[in-house]
Design a protein around this ligand. Sequence first.
Ligand code: SF4
Length: 209
Amino acid sequence: MYTLVYSINDEEAPETVYVNLTNSCTNKCIFCLREQKDDVCGAQMWHDDNYKLEDLINQFNAYVPTPHEVVFCGYGEPFLRREMMKEFCKYLRAKHPEIKIRVNTNGHANAIYKTNVAAEFKGLIDAVSVSLNASSIAEYNEICNPKIENAYEEVKKFIKACVNEGMDVSASVVTGFDKLHNIDIKQCEAIASSLGAKFRNREFIPNGY
Ligand code: SF4
């Protein structure tokens, strides 16, 4: 069975579990773990998206005791399985309203669907971490290789849209993945602040999460 829900560090009773909704993505980041390995802490991450909500719920329920936090992350962009994510969030809200729900996203959702996806998830998501990854359009395009137009501007707009929905929003940057890129962290932090978001510098983790 492929991995839809996983934990890191081989914890027996993890407080946080991660959800691998899809392997599709509208970026091809130069630091993406998918280019380097097939697993995260031993969990095989590749699948064909051919699963049901029930499979997701069953894998989640295998974690006992119930984790405190669910993070949509994995080897792809979670919002590309927008309806599946929505249904699973509704399930969690109904069965485990105490669980904190976060999404790690590339921030392309509103541009892809041409609607305000952030608003659709109001009340279903507590926190969002949006990959800003650069301080300029040129830098973003070089690092993330986006498949959508005006991606950098769309990411910034998505950050703002999530802030407007009252979510706990962080704009993140990955550093330490090579010696060629010196991302202007101060400038990224200023951009996040101007959008009303927190800022997070995520040191590259070879094992991933
Ligand atoms: S947005 Fe995430 S999943 Fe997509 S290519 Fe970048 S690091 Fe990989």
